[in-house]
Design a binder for this molecule. Structure first.
Ligand code: SAM
Length: 289
């Protein structure tokens, strides 16, 4: 059997299956070294001599905290403030101004970061709103930030970032305005943090607790799913999004060839998606007012 340092193919297949069952994430076959790196501290903390012993234990016991720890450790949490810049430009210059016009009577907006990792994405949105849309202070703006991992959510809720994390994407003036330095970590102001409704939500489970949403950010997570899961999630997005709402995906993700219901919109260098008007499903897409 092929042995890759600590994890052999048989054990890695078990881990892939475990992660897929609980998150739908498909682990890359050539990432065994990453699995070793991330599982080593879990094995040590739980008193196993080797990763192989940890996996043998997982394999032969019902799902427990240890399984969840292993799954969460194997899923990528990469994120940063204002990641990729352009989506936030589109939010600032087009999407929020348009929605503000459309919702001026009800004065309410729902935004959902559907795989928020350590919180940089929802905090970026809350900061952007505070900076450029002071009028929304008097609206009901709900920013829901969810992830399946309680570990990343705990960090997101704390809103504390080390020097490296705070430098990634966040301009200094915004850092100084919205964070305070506490024991070498930068902590987000309570004023911003309390605007965000952090929830544990696994995308492959029910979304029935969510309200209808105006802006969904489902960024850099579809990329880890197989095609059937991507299609199923886009169908759920279609149902969750208000008919005039907006969907943002990661820069390497698209709805094209996966779901007919979305039209791709390019604004400067930003790409986002809207629902096609129902009547013109098969017709040429006319620009909307
Ligand atoms: C690479 S991060 C992306 C974070 C952020 N959206 C961004 O673009 O910077 C992917 C996140 O998706 C989460 N995730 C993976 N599978 C999930 C699932 N089935 N349900 C909810 N979240 C999931 C992971 O825990 C991780 O925090």
């Amino acid at each position: 059997m092929k042995q890759t340092k600590g994890i052999n193919t048989w054990d890695f297949d078990y881990l892939r299956q475990l992660v897929h069952q609980h998150s739908a994430v498909v682990l890359d076959g050539d990432k065994t070294y990453l699995a070793e790196l991330h599982l080593q501290p879990i094995a040590e903390a739980a008193g196993f001599a080797t990763i192989t012993d940890l996996i043998a234990y997982l394999r032969h016991h019902p799902v427990s905290d240890l399984h969840i720890q292993a799954i969460e450790a194997l899923v990528t949490n990469e994120t940063s403030f204002f990641r990729d810049t352009y989506p936030f430009e589109a939010l600032k210059k087009l999407v929020l101004p348009e929605l503000i016009k459309k919702r001026r009577i009800e004065r309410s907006l729902n935004i959902w970061c559907a795989a928020c990792s350590h919180g940089q994405e929802p905090y970026s949105i809350a900061i952007l709103i505070r900076e450029y849309f002071p009028l929304l202070a008097n609206w009901s703006v709900q920013i829901i930030a969810s992830d399946f991992s309680s570990k990343v959510l705990d960090r997101a809720k704390k809103g504390c970032y080390n020097q490296l994390e705070i430098k990634r994407g966040l301009p200094k003036n915004l850092r100084d305005r919205y964070f305070k330095l506490l024991d070498n970590e930068w902590q987000i102001q309570d004023e911003i943090r309390k605007n965000i409704d952090f929830r544990q939500l696994n995308l492959i489970h029910s979304w029935s607790d969510l309200p209808k949403i105006d802006i969904i950010l489902l960024r850099n997570v579809l990329i880890y799913f197989d095609i059937a899961t991507k299609k199923a999630l886009l169908t759920k997005v279609k149902q969750q999004l208000n008919s005039d709402g907006y969907l943002f995906l990661g820069s390497g993700e698209t709805t094209i060839n996966l779901h007919q219901s979305f039209e791709r919109v390019q604004f400067d260098k930003s790409i986002f998606y809207r629902l096609r008007p129902v009547a013109s499903d098969n017709a040429a897409i006319a620009p909307r007012k």
